[in-house]
Design a protein around this ligand. Structure first.
Ligand code: MN
Length: 160
């Protein structure tokens, strides 16, 4: 798919697919929108939040993990789009490769978008661990505008 190839240019250019077990591409299956959170034991442990959009997985690295209760705000750093098939990926990226270390699925499920704007994303997650409304707000003052805040909405209780 040419659209995906363009969107995945950064992802592809960072990786050597003869050495990493990560998927090179992947196409959307039918069904609701996918979300996945990877636990990534890279040089620094972090979690990667991924939301399916337009056939790829929009991605953020969350050093402290996804908040499980409201009122906690965690930094989420926007990273390159990942292929749809990354939603099933677990494995070990070999030493010397980009993101080297163990990658496990921490949670996975479906989501409903409420807001998807340039500076704010609001989604309802329905996973095995996470349920409820989550909000991402872009920090406009950050240098490259890739820093966001991730929080669980207090409205979650009313709606679940
Ligand atoms: Mn990662």
């Amino acid at each position: 798919m040419s659209i995906q190839t363009n969107q995945l240019f950064e992802y592809t250019s960072k990786r050597n697919f003869e050495k990493t077990p990560e998927p090179k591409s992947g196409e959307k299956k039918t069904g609701p929108l996918l979300f996945v959170i990877h636990e990534h034991h890279a040089s620094r442990l972090h979690w990667d939040l991924r939301l399916e959009k337009d056939g790829v997985l929009k991605s953020w690295a969350v050093p402290k993990g996804v908040p499980e209760t409201p009122k906690i705000r965690h930094l989420a750093i926007e990273t390159e789009d990942h292929p749809y098939d990354y939603g099933n990926f677990e494995g070990t990226i070999p030493q010397g490769q980009y993101g080297a270390g163990l990658v496990k699925i921490w949670d996975r499920g479906h989501y409903t978008p409420k807001v998807w704007a340039n500076d704010k994303i609001e989604v309802k997650l329905e996973g095995k661990r996470l349920h409820g409304i989550y909000v991402l707000v872009r920090l406009k003052k950050s240098e490259n505008q890739k820093n966001w805040l991730l929080l669980k909405s207090r409205d979650t209780e009313k709606l679940v």
